[in-house]
Ligand binder design. Structure first.
Ligand SMILES: *Cc1c(COP(=O)(O)O)cnc(C)c1O
Length: 368
């Protein structure tokens, strides 16, 4: 039987850290701190440090993190928030939850993140914030975006769900905007064993507001100050994430090593891949190949036991909840939706498997 190359392998990762994970889960079970509690607090402190941020507030998903980040900036009904269509749907839906409207801007051809040159054309008196997405694990061009946000007095909210540890000019994702949202969905570079997310900020007022928003608006038990949510992080997820955070820097380095290998070998055959923009530190949550024949490539790799994925085949502005009568045309977004394919990449992947993927893509290329 042919050996499968998985898209990622969470079981292999669990086995590599089983001792510490099991111990920390066990301690949580015996302490009965099942929601928030000392393990979550320890993780919040360590994650804030990892992100060079003063505050980190643990919540129950990346979507909740985005929702609360927006609410804490006062975003609501009648407001407009500038973002991208080439993202996971959660970015847009979190904006919609507040009553505001997401305004979609096209991405840059090279970085695949929001094109700063197109932002100002979408700003009007209703615009309240910009939500750039650090797609695939690489920061959006925050240097330019921050200038625009400042000039127009807009909040800058980073969707850093895919970009734990990514950097721009040496500054780490989550520390640059007014506030940032991270996801710990199991498949993310730092993943929980269930749902979890976190908000980071350097702003004390925003941090305190989010702490209440996630926990029924309570400053004191059973006293509720405003309309709010049950968005708290589980104790067990905090315990798991605190163990995994210690490995994250090493894991990102391994992803970068695999990405380098893919780039080096595939570029020799004129295959367009992900790459690192100048001044960026890419964490390669997703490693892409771009080709007009991506469906043929997916089929060929699948036939040879190699799993792949698409990120994302249907842009948000064409999804049912967002499509309009006169469909907006976002040329680069649509090009990427039709030509992108994601290769297997994860820290536990063997270099033999990486070689196999490269070999098969080159085989395919020769016949295409
Ligand atoms: C994963 C993801 C989210 C949502 O995070 P969840 O933890 O799944 O709620 C938001 N934005 C982007 C860009 C994501 O990739």
């Amino acid at each position: 039987m042919k050996k499968e190359v998985k898209y990622f392998d969470l079981i292999k990762q669990y086995k590599s850290i089983k001792g510490d994970i099991d111990k920390n889960i066990h301690e949580t079970l015996l302490s009965s701190n099942y929601i928030l509690g000392p393990k979550v607090e320890k993780f919040e402190t360590n994650f804030a440090k990892f992100c060079d941020s003063k505050y980190a507030i643990g919540v129950n998903s990346g979507t909740s993190a985005l929702h609360l980040a927006l609410l804490a900036c006062g975003i609501g009904k009648g407001d407009e928030v500038i973002t991208v269509s080439m993202t996971f749907i959660a970015t847009a839906m979190a904006i919609s939850y507040t009553g505001a409207r997401p305004i979609f801007v096209d991405i840059e051809r090279s970085s695949k993140t929001i094109d700063p040159r197109l932002i100002e054309g979408k700003i009007n008196s209703k615009t309240k914030a910009i939500v750039p997405v650090h797609l695939y694990g690489q920061c959006a061009n925050l240097t330019e975006i921050k200038k625009i946000a400042k000039k127009h007095k807009l909040f800058l909210i980073e969707d850093a769900a895919q970009a734990h540890g990514a950097k721009i000019n040496g500054r780490v994702a989550g520390s640059i905007g007014d506030v940032a949202a991270f996801s710990f969905y199991p498949g993310k570079n730092l993943g929980a064993y269930g749902e979890a997310g976190i908000v980071t900020t350097n702003n004390k007022k925003i941090s305190e507001h989010i702490k209440k928003l996630r926990d029924w608006g309570q400053s004191k038990k059973y006293f509720h100050d405003f309309m709010s949510f049950n968005y708290r992080m589980d104790g067990i997820q905090g315990a798991i994430l605190d163990v995994k955070l210690k490995k994250l820097t090493k894991w990102i380095k391994k992803r970068r090593l695999i990405a380098n290998k893919y780039q080096k070998e595939l570029s020799k055959h004129d295959i367009e891949t992900s790459f690192e923009e100048k001044e960026m530190y890419h964490t390669y949550h997703v490693f892409s190949v771009f080709t007009q024949k991506r469906d043929s490539l997916k089929k060929y790799l699948n036939k040879n036991g190699i799993q792949t994925s698409f990120h994302y085949p249907m842009p948000v502005h064409k999804q049912k909840p967002y499509i309009k009568k006169k469909v907006q045309y976002l040329p680069v977004t649509e090009l990427i939706a039709q030509t992108q394919i994601s290769l297997p990449i994860y820290p536990e992947m063997s270099m033999g498997d990486v070689q196999k993927v490269i070999k098969e893509i080159i085989n395919w290329k020769i016949h295409n």
